[in-house]
Design a protein around this ligand. Structure first.
Ligand code: P71
Length: 892
């Protein structure tokens, strides 16, 4: 049985690179400036750049390899590593590195071929490289096989070999990106080569995709691993060459390899003339390392299955809509001539321009002029989600439906090469396609653990049924928290690397302060290492012992610091917040009547400040309305009471206002956030959420210099310097950039809507979740899910464990265990008994979350058989972190 298609990526996102979504006006301007040749557009002018070469996502291991390049001129460590890896994975002993595959072809032809010779091959693409050298390619492809369209016609190959005495036989795995060759046919070609004393030279740049076709379609190969097939396949040739920017997902690099020391000798003698030296070839040491790691990883079964699933899905979606295309190993190759029959000259260019104009998607026409029928839409390996791919296909389909509007281009400069053509064009009235998806491509990824049920049974038992005590490498999809789990952007990393360290005032601090002032409009900016540190300082500065702190539902760390400072927290959130079934839109609101009652009873002077959380976490990520913000501020100003925000998830709250308050539907999140912050006097922020960073926090005051001065005094003692709060300049720099990214309308929409889609899938089958869906998480109501359990049997804790057992997904209990015990030692019985499925920012795709939903639905179907838990170890404080449990026997 072939490995089943994977249900989600076998990795999560580690770093992202932002996508530009140029407006239609910008796209027209760019096309005109590019002289209607999309080759002249830059990635910054493009939405989705559908080219795979050198554009795949690396793994974090490859990224790390980039930093351990040994840049010695001779005998570098990275070369030794590359040689070992090539031998292990591809089965050839002698490796000659080159700067890319062109370097390899150069050495190969110089070593073996002469001007005027002919060369039988299964690929046409190499014509581009051979023709200018006076070497003629003979197409020996068997056009008959339905699957292995890259197979040789063996009779034709033999005839060609006998009549023209070629320098060698050229084979490409997945010829021209479209035509896989079977292992049997490759072996037969090898025999023909041997019989005629010729070398079989194999380009393995896309060997992995070819191996998948062999596994899937060649008789007797279904049980063989991709790694096994890849090795057999490449060992079949006398010489292999590879481009590092394809399957190995380096940004460049290549090599030739062989088992024949005499051939190797040839190559390395020429290499000093053309490429570099035999131990670096014309590559940086780091490139050799990245490529070596890529080759090591490229055969990993689940990754290959994911890659090919994407191509199949993308192609199928286009096919179903009737779009004329040919399958590619890495995407769909549009038949431009059939797509635009009315365009006789350069239809691929006309199609590329129309696609860019209507959607911002770029597909590239490459190579020698004369082959203009195909327009490849290649999927950069691992860089896009299925959601994005589906929409890219839909953009093409939308264009297909208005194809008769697409005009021909007027060529003003002819050339041999597509990249040099220049055109004049007109803009047809094409309807535009708008994307609603993640506004980033994946830059690097991190493999996720794949566990079996037996492994998980052991893991949850050893963790005492507490998901906090599971190890990350036992977890497949981690929805424990959105705190500090963000994927940073390449822009953030650039700022991180470039930051100049100092214990004094850093440029990074000044930039951070400027970003905070711009985002919130507050003057005084104090960095802290994370949110609770800011809460401690704020509480100590603002609370006189004995004062009351009214707030919209408690948060654990916030409340603890208010109490440590001598304050008493009083909950003033609207009643609806405590009812998981209420659909009230603004469940984060403060009930002003409750505040007024406190003021009437104790006087305004008894109130330290209003603790006003945005997107109230423990209520289910529920937003505060703009009206409530205004009303609370008007009231407090009248009574001389300060309002201090917990702005940890303020951006999400701003997005909810944009979504659900019609007056703000056309206001940018950035401007909504500024208005929110107007209705307060200061804020604490756990930067690990909104700020898109892994560590950091903020204490900020609108204009009160006295509070700022007092806070600085505490900052020096508790945290670090007044300008760093204990954070390195690098983290401050990343945080400054994160603050600029956090209010991007597309980003925040993609984030919050992901939660809504997950909740909707659960609700569709009746799984009880907190209504309405919040912004950072979906909260499953364990009380209704396990309705047969008493709250004292810890239903949410048990449900969290069951969800892990079922699917390897880690979630967090937010119920009776988290609430702890009162002074008399009795459990608090909070109204909400929930498990939280928290969504990290920019880390998981919809496909991951679909699997989360599937797992929970499977638990839902067997819910009646699930028993409760009892403590085996209960710590005194914050017991949810360290407590341990065991399941109650059935019938207890
Ligand atoms: C969350 C966290 C992290 C957490 C905290 C305590 C127990 C378990 C997990 C932290 C917040 C937060 C709000 C609204 C302040 C903090 C503390 N949330 N305010 O939701 O949500 O910030 O973690 O940076 O110190 O998993 P800090």
């Amino acid at each position: 049985m072939p490995t089943p298609a994977p249900i989600h990526e076998p990795h999560k996102v580690k770093t992202i690179r932002a996508i530009a979504f140029p407006s239609i006006d910008a796209r027209k301007r760019n096309l005109a400036a590019a002289e209607f040749n999309v080759f002249n557009l830059t990635p910054a002018q493009v939405g989705f750049d559908m080219v795979s070469y050198g554009c795949g996502a690396m793994t974090q291991e490859q990224l790390a390899g980039q930093l351990i390049g040994d840049e010695a001129y001779a005998g570098s460590r990275n070369f030794i590593t590359l040689n070992e890896v090539v031998t292990r994975v591809l089965g050839h002993t002698y490796v000659c590195p080159t700067h890319n595959s062109l370097g390899a072809v150069k050495l190969l032809l110089h070593a073996f071929a002469k001007h005027g010779q002919t060369l039988p091959s299964n690929a046409r693409g190499r014509v581009d490289l051979h023709a200018p050298r006076g070497i003629e390619l003979v197409d020996a492809r068997d056009h008959g096989d339905a699957v292995f369209t890259g197979n040789f016609d063996l009779a034709r190959l033999t005839a060609s070999v006998q009549s023209s005495r070629p320098p060698f036989i050229g084979v490409q795995a997945f010829a021209d990106g479209q035509h896989p060759i079977s292992l049997a046919n490759l072996r037969a070609s090898r025999q023909i080569a041997d019989q005629h004393g010729l070398r079989l030279v194999l380009d393995v740049s896309r060997v992995v995709e070819n191996a998948w076709f062999i596994q899937r379609h060649e008789p007797g190969m279904a049980d063989r691993s991709i790694a096994d097939i890849v090795k057999q396949f490449s060992k079949t040739a006398h010489v292999i060459l590879m481009d590092g920017a394809q399957d190995a997902r380096a940004n460049t690099g290549g090599f030739l390899a062989t088992d024949n020391p005499a051939d190797h000798e040839h190559f390395i003698n020429d290499i000093v003339v053309y490429e570099g030296l035999h131990t670096y070839g014309g590559m940086a040491g780091r490139t050799m390392e990245v490529m070596a790691r890529g080759i090591e990883e490229m055969c990993q079964e689940s990754g290959v299955q994911w890659l090919m699933q994407q191509t199949e899905r993308f192609t199928a979606r286009l096919r179903e809509a009737g779009v004329p295309l040919e399958r590619g190993c890495d995407g769909a190759y549009l038949r431009a001539d059939q797509f635009l029959p009315q365009v006789k000259e350069h239809p691929a260019h006309a199609l590329a321009c129309a696609l860019y104009q209507s959607s911002g998607v770029r597909a590239l026409v490459q190579g020698l002029v004369g082959h203009d029928a195909l327009l490849p839409l290649q999927i950069p390996r691992f860089a896009l989600s299925n959601r994005q791919l589906d929409q890219i296909a839909d953009a093409v389909i939308a264009l297909y439906r208005q194809r008769e509007l697409v005009p021909a281009l007027d060529r003003v400069h002819a050339d041999d090469w597509h990249d040099a053509l220049r055109f004049r064009g007109v803009f047809a009235d094409l309807a535009t396609f708008d994307f609603d998806c993640e506004p980033w491509m994946i830059h690097t990824l991190e493999p996720i653990a794949l566990t079996t049920r037996e492994q998980r049974e052991r893991a949850i038992r050893e963790a005492g049924w507490n998901t906090f005590l599971l190890r990350s490498d036992e977890v497949m999809i981690d929805l424990l928290t959105d705190s500090g789990t963000t994927a940073m952007s390449t822009t953030q990393w650039a700022a991180y690397d470039a930051a100049l360290p100092t214990p004094a005032t850093s440029d990074a601090y000044l930039d951070f302060a400027a970003a905070v002032r711009e985002a919130y409009g507050y003057e005084h900016v104090l960095p802290t290492h994370q949110g609770r540190a800011a809460e401690q300082i704020l509480s100590e500065v603002m609370i006189t012992p004995g004062q009351i702190v009214p707030g919209n539902m408690y948060f654990t760390t916030t409340k603890v610091h208010q109490e440590y400072a001598g304050g008493e927290f009083v909950d003033v959130i609207v009643d609806e917040a405590h009812d998981p079934t209420s659909h009230f839109r603004w469940k984060g609101n403060i009930d002003l009547a409750k505040v007024d009652a406190i003021v009437r009873e104790h006087g305004a002077g008894k109130i330290a400040y209003i603790s006003f959380e945005l997107s109230v976490n423990l209520a289910g990520g529920q937003p505060v309305s703009m009206d409530n913000l205004r009303e609370v501020y008007a009231y407090t100003r009248k009574h001389g009471i300060a309002v201090m925000f917990d702005a940890t998830r303020a951006v999400e709250n701003a997005y909810m206002i944009q979504s659900f308050d019609p007056r703000y539907a056309n206001t940018h999140v950035k401007d909504i956030l500024r208005e929110i912050m107007l209705y307060g006097d200061g804020a604490t922020v756990s930067g690990k959420k909104d700020f898109l960073i892994n560590i950091g926090g903020l204490l900020t005051y609108k204009d009160n210099a006295e509070w700022a001065r007092k806070s600085e005094a505490k900052l020096r003692i508790y945290e670090g310097g007044v300008r760093d709060g204990g954070l390195p300049a690098a983290d401050l720099a990343a945080m400054a950039q994160g603050i600029r990214e956090m209010t991007d309308d597309r980003y925040i929409r993609a984030r919050v809507e992901q939660a809504r889609r997950l909740a909707d899938r659960l609700k569709a089958v009746g799984v009880p979740v907190v209504e309405p869906t919040g912004s950072h998480a979906v909260f499953v109501d364990a009380r209704r899910f396990l309705a047969h359990l008493d709250q004292e049997q810890f239903p949410a804790q048990r449900l969290a464990g069951e969800i892990y057992l079922e699917s390897g997904v880690r979630v967090m209990e937010r119920g009776i265990v988290s609430a702890g015990r009162d002074h008399d030692g009795n459990n608090y019985h909070p109204a909400l008994e929930l498990v939280r499925l928290t969504l990290s920012r920019r880390v998981y795709t919809d496909d991951h979350l679909d699997e989360v939903a599937n797992g929970i639905i499977r638990v839902w179907q067997r819910r009646e058989r699930i028993t409760g838990l009892r403590f085996t170890y209960e710590p005194k404080d914050l017991r949810f972190f360290q407590g341990r449990f065991e399941p109650l026997p059935a019938g207890a």
